[in-house]
Every structure is written in structure tokens, then in C-alpha cells.
Design a protein around this ligand. Structure first.
Ligand SMILES: C[S@@+](CC[C@H](N)C(=O)[O-])C[C@H]1O[C@@H](n2cnc3c(N)ncnc32)[C@H](O)[C@@H]1O
Length: 193
């Protein structure tokens, strides 16, 4: 119905397409059903690497199933799925090496709504993962303020991001002003130098 973009995921994907190149290292910090992980794998190609993180085994099983249906075995070998909280660093990722880090907050679609991302751990993760980004690297965060914890997360992230130095960070918040409580998208880019 709308040819430009119809939701924050479409918009996020357009940013990812602009920044990610074959061979890049990227992180999906909330794998969920794996749709974003698959998109990232397609962008980084067989020369790149994707680290996919989720707290829940159920999410990682769904993600692996989707990837197996869509990618060759050699490509699949470039995707590393880790069951842990994104509040911790993923193992073996060096600082200043990651081109894109993606958060799609909230709960697993079709899963347990009580296992949702939380403002405290989301902020802890984003703050830690800042250090992993390469120069010119991007963080993409989709927020869901339509539920209580999602509204808290969006507010806390907005407060944190508004304190970042404009010499080092370009931060933009996209929201649909004519759709009450609809999801929103933060895009942050770290300076190239
Ligand atoms: C909205 S879903 C992600 C959707 C997904 N990107 C997709 O394309 O289907 C949010 C996911 O975050 C996960 N999650 C919640 N808290 C987390 C945490 N602290 N660390 C890592 N993952 C977490 C949930 O288990 C859930 O699968």
C-alpha cells in the first residue's frame, strides 16, 4: 500500500542495506523468529559473519530452522547462534570490529509474552556494545511502546541517546506520528574517525 516503507522493520532494513557489505561482521542481539538474522546473513554473504543472540532456546531453534531452509550449509557455517542475555558481551568479538548491531525489542512473536526485553538490560547491552562497533558502524533499535515495558525501554533509550556526543554519534529517532503507540526506530551511527 505504501511504496516507500510501511513499518519500522522495512525502514530498518533499508538502513542495513546501505551500511552492510559482503564480508562484514554483524550482530543480531534479539534473534526471535530469525527473520532479521536471515536478512543480515543475506547482506553479509558467505564471506561475512553473523552473531545471533537470544535468551530463549525456543527462539534460537526457530532461527536455525529458518536459516537452514534458506541458506547453503557453507553459508550457515558463518552464522553463530548463542543462547545468552545480550546484557553480556558475546564471546570472542573484538572491539571496533562490528559493522551493524540490531535490536528488535519486545517478546518472541507467538511465544511467552512475559519473556520480554527489559529497559535495564537493554540499556546495559547497548552501552557495552557501543565499544564493539567499527568506525562508521551502526546500531538499529526497534522499540514497541504499545506495551508497558516497551514504553519504558523507548523512554530510557531516548534519554541515553540524547546524551551522546554529536561529534562521535549521529542519532535519529523515527516514529509514526499518525499512529498512536506504533513501533519506532532508533538509528545510531558512530563517526568514521
Ligand atoms: C521481538 S523478538 C525479536 C524478533 C526477531 N528479530 C525476528 O526477526 O523475528 C525479541 C526477542 O528478544 C529476546 N530477548 C528478550 N530479552 C533478551 C535478552 N536480555 N537478551 C537476549 N535476547 C532477549 C526474546 O526472547 C525474543 O525472542
Amino acid at each position: 500500500m505504501f511504496s516507500l516503507f510501511s513499518n519500522p522493520i522495512d525502514l530498518a532494513h533499508q538502513y542495513w542495506e546501505r551500511v552492510v557489505r559482503p564480508g562484514d561482521l554483524v550482530i543480531d542481539a534479539t534473534c526471535g523468529n530469525g527473520k532479521d538474522t536471515l536478512k543480515l546473513a543475506q547482506l553479509t554473504g558467505e564471506e561475512g559473519s553473523v552473531i545471533g543472540i537470544d535468551l530463549q532456546q525456543e527462539a534460537l531453534v526457530k532461527t536455525r530452522t529458518l536459516l537452514e531452509e534458506s541458506l547453503s550449509p557453507s553459508h550457515l557455517a558463518r552464522i553463530h547462534l548463542i543462547q545468552q542475555s545480550h546484557a553480556a558481551f558475546p564471546p570472542k568479538v573484538e572491539k571496533n570490529t562490528v559493522k551493524l548491531i540490531v535490536y528488535n525489542l519486545g517478546y518472541l512473536p507467538g511465544g511467552n509474552k512475559n519473556v520480554t526485553t527489559q529497559a535495564g538490560t537493554t540499556l546495559e547491552s547497548v552501552t557495552k556494545y557501543f565499544t564493539l562497533l567499527s568506525p562508521g558502524g551502526v546500531i538499529s533499535v526497534t522499540c514497541y511502546p504499545g506495551h508497558e515495558e516497551g514504553a519504558r525501554e523507548e523512554k530510557s533509550l531516548s534519554q541515553l541517546f540524547s546524551t551522546l556526543s554529536p561529534a562521535i554519534w549521529s542519532v535519529c529517532h523515527h516514529r509514526w506520528v499518525n499512529r498512536l503507540s506504533s513501533p519506532s526506530l532508533f538509528i545510531l551511527q558512530k563517526s568514521n574517525n
